[in-house]
Write a protein that binds this ligand. Structure first.
Ligand code: ZN
Length: 259
């Protein structure tokens, strides 16, 4: 077990009367459950570096087979996103998603980098929040091995038709012609699939988010008229693959819809 590591605090929960159980995401060992003595007390000197959404350096000691925080120092605390409720709520959702898809004792370097880069962009206001959330959702799907295959039509290989159709659960696309053929067969056989029609600009941006370098995955532009659709598509894609929703997402959306 690691006794010194850098990690992002994803969640915290009360543990006994005064202590806290943290879930810390590390690159090399995935999620690590760590206990914080006196975590509920403001007097705890490591408390600030152990808050959710803090990226910190931890030194732990093994007590009774569990790692306890001996020291923690903050590397990045994302101060701005903590001061705006809507941003905090979005960051909590992103941490919940990372917590859902990451495992203990696994290599989670990609998800850690993705989550940190996205929290950084949110904290510094670098991207429209709707686009930021959508891109994070789609890139998470890609990082977890259920990336949609956006290269070309899965039937005939065509890379572009006026509209391509993304089959959400199979993660593949069909060109307009193959879609017409399949659609009539499926209707005859009584099958239905969750299909998202992708216009050329929508397909381009989804390809960019899935296939670009990790550090540049947010460097895309999308015409404003498509923001809502991009957001709906990416959310649908990720949540359908995870097979669950998130109360933190519902809370964030309730704030987003306020005037
Ligand atoms: Zn085709």
């Amino acid at each position: 077990m690691l006794s010194q590591f850098r990690g992002l605090v994803l969640t915290e929960a009360a543990w006994g009367e005064n202590d806290k159980l943290l879930t810390v995401l590390t690159a090399e060992a995935g999620k690590i459950p760590v206990l914080l003595k006196g975590g509920s007390s403001l007097k705890n000197k490591s408390g600030g570096a152990c808050l959710p959404m803090c990226y910190s350096e931890f030194v732990t000691a093994d007590r009774g087979g569990r790692p306890w925080v001996r020291e923690a120092s903050e590397l990045e605390s994302f101060p701005h996103l903590r001061s705006v409720l809507e941003d905090t709520a979005l960051a909590v959702y992103m941490c919940d998603v990372a917590n859902e898809v990451c495992v203990e004792n696994g290599d989670e370097a990609e998800m850690l980098q993705l989550t940190l880069n996205t929290l950084y962009a949110l904290d510094r206001g670098l991207k429209d929040k709707r686009l930021l959330r959508a891109a994070f959702e789609l890139r998470t799907a890609a990082a977890c091995g259920f990336s949609p295959d956006l290269v070309g039509c899965s039937e005939c290989g065509s890379e572009a038709s006026e509209t391509m159709y993304l089959d959400v659960m199979d993660g593949v696309m069909h060109c307009a012609e193959c879609h017409r053929k399949r659609n009539s067969e499926e209707i005859r056989e009584g099958h239905t699939a969750l299909l998202l029609p992708l216009s050329k600009p929508m397909l381009d941006v989804m390809r960019y988010v899935c296939y670009s370098e990790a550090k540049k995955y947010l460097s895309f532009e999308l015409q404003e008229a498509l923001h809502m659709q991009f957001s709906l598509y990416c959310e649908k894609y990720l949540l359908n693959h995870l097979g669950r929703g998130f109360s933190s997402l519902e809370f964030y959306k309730s704030l987003e819809s306020l005037p």
